[in-house]
Design a protein around this ligand. Structure first.
Ligand code: NAD
Ligand code: UDP
Ligand code: UDP
Length: 317
């Protein structure tokens, strides 16, 4: 029997970049937060400041194994998100997405909890449709080096919708586009952390390919607002819903902006483009605007200032 009115929320992958921001926000809202993580790509340091909080609990656990807890809501974020991390142990990446989804859905079914899935713009692969709408089925290589992540996340979406149809589960599937901000790990390998750290250290900026590929970057605070709005939306809205910032930039533009902001001697250097790297990406967020009343507020310029200021403290320049 539940003895408190406080909402009990579990965040898997809670010690990662997005998860730690989400745990913080949920605590601010008065929730009781259970953070579950196996520290594959996240670090305990991301949440040590939350440990003294009386309504925060940290549990080391791998979601590919069953988990028996009692909560009211589940945010399933567990999964490495950066290509260098998810490609380090691709078999584990697929297991995390697929077995992890089965276990978390089984848990949600038993305890009748609403469950949110952190899906990704990678389900669209290297898209032929631009910008990407939720109705687009994607163009994904099933056997390439990104497939463990892309196909794992696609299969997780399938599982979410089958549990929704077959068992009437209350699901929320969000397709998250590239998100950045403070608390990204300096060695995370994603483009914004790489460029900021390289510029602050006065090292050359590594552009993969010719830098003409595009991405749309969402500041983390906006993304967390989107998560919470979606989770609180009526149960007839299972998604999938794109969450991201529609501002679109080439990787070369991003590199030049970071160098301009940081100053220093960094030059652009060009490295081979990884296999299956998507050529262009921009979310169509009409669904999120209409159904969640959500759109991002922080532009790349302001968001980069916050992020560079954070890395300046870490890198010490
Ligand atoms: P992250 O790597 O910082 O966080 C992921 C967390 O999951 C880490 O703390 C990691 O240790 C944990 N984890 C990995 N495998 C696990 C397992 N088997 N059991 C328990 N914990 C496990 O990445 P992030 O940027 O915070 O991404 C969070 C989620 O959002 C991921 O599911 C990712 O696919 C999704 N997403 C993120 C972005 C983005 O741009 N940040 C974009 C699209 C989707
Ligand atoms: N599961 C879990 N916690 C629970 C309930 C289920 O981790 O509280 C896992 C368990 O490993 C199970 C999976 O979720 O195999 C899927 O559960 P479901 O009830 O859908 O299927 P089944 O138990 O028949 O395999
Ligand atoms: N990228 C780059 N230099 C880097 C890291 C990444 O040019 O040091 C490129 C990468 O090839 C891709 C884009 O930046 O085209 C975004 O990469 P990231 O790994 O951040 O995210 P994803 O490819 O998963 O969208």
């Amino acid at each position: 029997m539940k003895v408190s009115n406080r909402k009990r929320v579990m965040v898997t992958g809670g010690a990662g970049f997005l998860g730690s921001h989400l745990c913080e926000r949920l605590l601010e809202q008065g929730c009781d937060v259970l953070c579950v993580d196996n520290f594959y790509s996240g670090v305990k340091d991301n949440v040590t400041h939350l440990l003294p909080h009386p309504h925060f609990e940290l549990q080391r656990h791998d979601v590919t194994f069953p988990l028996y807890v009692e909560v009211d809501e589940i945010y399933n974020l567990a999964c490495p998100a950066s290509p260098i991390h998810y490609q380090r142990d691709p078999v584990q990446t697929t297991k995390t997405s697929v077995h992890g989804a089965i276990n978390m859905l089984g848990l949600a079914k038993r305890i009748k909890a609403r469950i949110f899935q952190a899906s990704t713009s990678e389900v669209y692969g290297d898209p032929e449709v631009h910008p990407q709408q939720e109705s687009y089925w994607g163009r994904v290589n099933p056997i390439g080096i990104r497939s463990c992540y892309d196909e794992g996340k696609r299969c997780a979406e399938t599982l979410f919708f089958d549990y929704y149809r077959q068992y009437g589960l209350d699901i929320k599937v969000a397709r998250i586009f590239n998100t950045y901000g403070p608390r990204m790990h300096p060695n995370d390998g994603r483009v914004i952390s790489n460029f900021a750290v390289q510029a602050l250290r006065g090292e050359d900026i590594t552009i993969y390919g010719d830098g003409s590929q595009t991405r749309s970057f969402c500041f983390v605070n906006d993304m967390i607002d989107g998560f919470i709005r979606f989770m609180e939306s009526p149960s007839h809205l299972p998604g999938p819903v794109n969450l991201g910032n529609p501002g679109e930039f080439t990787i070369r533009q991003l590199a030049e902006t970071v160098i301009h902001k940081v100053g220093g001697p960094s030059r652009l250097i060009f490295k081979p483009l990884p296999q299956d790297d998507p050529r262009q990406r921009r979310p169509d967020i009409a669904q999120a605007m209409e159904h969640l009343g959500w759109q991002p507020r922080v532009g790349l310029d302001e968001g980069l200032d916050h992020t560079i200021a954070y890395f300046r403290k870490i890198v010490g320049r």
